[in-house]
Design a protein around this ligand. Structure first.
Ligand code: FBP
Length: 549
């Protein structure tokens, strides 16, 4: 195979484990902490998880390994969107499994949770694993978005486990996948299957985070990748001095990615969806806010700028949310066919005007025509508008143009658009993600070896050097609360949005006025894999600020 020099070098990289896991499997002892409670709705969660609720938090320490020796066959699944470091979770898990007993096996289910249901798998070997060490992507076994949540699916999963003699399953996923891991763990315990279930926290979105999980893996590398690109654009725009760049970054609902990129690159504007919702900002308020920066900078001779936009922002604009709800209603069921049969956009526009309330129509009317049409073209299988596909970077640049025109602005305003998402999800993991992921996988097997079920692999103290990281486990039920989903009360892991009282946002808030009118760009550059630790091993600004570093 023709390998790039970096690929070859990364195969040889030895990920750093937390100090307490470094002396070999025989020297890892366990310390149980206090019993846990779910973050909310304790009685209901306890009732739903009689076998896995209230378990103790776990920390590993250096000391004699007292686990019961037995053969382990472990199944592993990658679930949901790709995130850098997934391969290292698998290789860390594999190494711990094999270091314990050469007879142990690791089975990878292909294509996400559906692989377990369809019994589509591979058995890992040294040769296979070695080709994926410290590389990005999920192509080692693939991933998928099938949800593992019904009793029927669980029964099929049990059959697959029986067939292979599987003693434990590791699910690598985001908040929904780990919620389902918790439900599956309860099922396995309630049915005395003897199969343990362990979760690992993944997602570039950074929204699987709480007092136990300091960061989800992939967030570090993805935000570093986007920040490199944003920094490069800033330098280009400060050189050419002729464009305003509107850059949308991934992150589905939460704005952690946008905020971290802003902290790293100090753009002129960064929208934070959670603030837009809290302040009930309208589209025109947002457009005016950006236009103020454009005008002030132009008055100082700077007819250029950078505006970062979180992927999910439009869903957080209250008036936009109401518009979407009305459009969904307007096209519900058969009504969509009547709409689609109308021959021209003018006919369709008249239909829309008749069907929407005055308030919704006012919002609709100010949208650029391309976005208006997008709202009626892109529907999901349930017939709903796919808000995530709306090109909000184009929407806001157009609205800003309208505002400037209405204000009589005569200066230069030329907008360019970018969307950074897939560019960062499969990058070579940063040293931080390579180390963190390997540790999560290794640690997951320690939880299995000590017989725990329904736990999330937890590695903390992450703002410090890896030597000082703390490895352990937390019952998944501890992170749960009850939320209304599709008309039903469901136990779910609470999704973490950006906290407006949190230190990262506060830091941003304290500096953004200056960034909006001056040119304060910072250039993080490409991820460095080799070199001084203070360049190569540091994690995100978000985590550093949260931990007071
Ligand atoms: P996960 O939550 O599964 O990690 O996925 C996150 C994400 O990358 C979002 O940022 C983005 O909105 C979405 O996946 C895109 O999904 P898809 O890969 O299906 O296009």
């Amino acid at each position: 195979m023709n390998l790039s020099p970096l690929q070859k070098a990364r195969y040889q990289y030895s990920p750093k484990l937390p100090g307490m896991l470094r002396n070999g499997i025989a020297e890892i002892s366990v310390k149980e902490g206090s019993e846990t409670q779910s973050v909310a709705d304790q009685e209901k969660i306890k009732e739903l998880f009689p076998n896995t609720y209230g378990k103790k938090e776990i920390t590993f320490t250096k000391g004699a390994n007292t686990s019961v020796a037995k053969k382990h066959v472990v199944g592993v699944i990658l679930s949901g969107g790709q995130a850098p470091g997934g391969h290292n979770v698998v290789s860390g898990l594999y190494d711990a499994i094999k270091a314990t007993n050469k007879e142990n096996e690791l089975i990878g289910f292909k294509g996400g949770p559906s692989g377990l249901l369809e019994d589509d798998y591979i058995v890992f070997t040294d040769e296979y694993i070695n080709e994926y060490r410290n590389t990005g992507g999920f192509d080692i076994i693939g991933s998928g978005r099938t949800k593992l949540e019904t009793e029927e699916q669980f029964a099929v999963a049990v059959e697959t486990c029986k067939k292979h003699g599987i003693t434990a399953i590791v699910i690598i996923g985001g908040d929904d996948s780990n919620t389902n891991a918790g439900v599956l763990a309860e099922y396995m315990a309630a049915h005395n299957t003897g199969v343990q279930v362990i979760g690992c926290p993944k997602t570039i979105d950074g929204d699987l985070k709480n007092e136990d999980i300091e960061i989800s893996f992939g967030f570090d590398t993805a935000t570093k990748t986007y920040s490199e690109l944003i920094g490069n654009i800033e330098r280009d725009c400060n050189s050419a001095k002729k464009y305003w760049h509107f850059i949308k970054v991934m992150g589905r609902s939460a704005s952690h990615v946008a905020l971290e990129c802003a902290l790293e690159t100090q753009p002129n504007i960064c929208l934070i969806s959670e603030e837009v919702a809290a302040k009930k900002m309208s589209l025109s308020e947002i457009a005016n806010y950006i236009a103020d920066s454009v005008e002030t900078r132009a008055a100082k001779g700077m007819t250029f700028g950078v505006c970062v936009i979180p992927e999910g922002v439009v869903e957080f604009v209250p008036e936009f949310g109401s518009l979407i709800a009305e459009i969904n209603e307007l096209l519900a069921g058969e009504k969509a066919n009547a709409f689609n049969e109308l021959p021209t956009w003018a006919d369709k526009y008249a239909f829309i005007e008749k069907g929407l309330t005055k308030e919704a129509m006012e919002v609709f009317a100010i949208l650029p025509q391309s976005i208006q049409q997008q709202l009626f073209l892109e529907r999901d299988p349930h017939g709903n508008v796919q808000v995530s596909l709306i090109e909000s970077e184009k929407l806001f640049s157009a609205l800003v143009g309208d505002v400037l025109k209405a204000r009589g602005y005569k200066g230069r305003y030329a907008a360019l658009h970018h969307f950074f998402g897939y560019e960062g999800r499969c990058a070579f993991p940063s040293n931080f993600d390579a180390d963190y992921c390997y540790s999560l996988g290794y640690n997951a097997f320690m939880l299995i070896q000590y017989g725990y079920n329904g736990y999330l692999s937890k590695v903390s103290n992450l703002a410090k050097p890896a030597e000082e990281w703390v490895a352990g486990g937390m019952p998944i039920t501890k992170m749960m609360n009850i939320e209304r989903r599709h008309g039903h009360d469901k136990p779910v892991i609470k999704k973490a949005l950006v906290e407006l009282e949190g230190k990262p946002f506060k830091y941003f808030e304290a500096h953004r006025e200056q960034w909006a009118v001056e040119t304060c760009y910072t250039f993080p550059g490409a991820i460095q894999y080799y070199g001084p630790s203070e360049v190569c091993d540091i994690t995100t600004r978000t985590l550093a600020l949260e931990k007071g570093e």
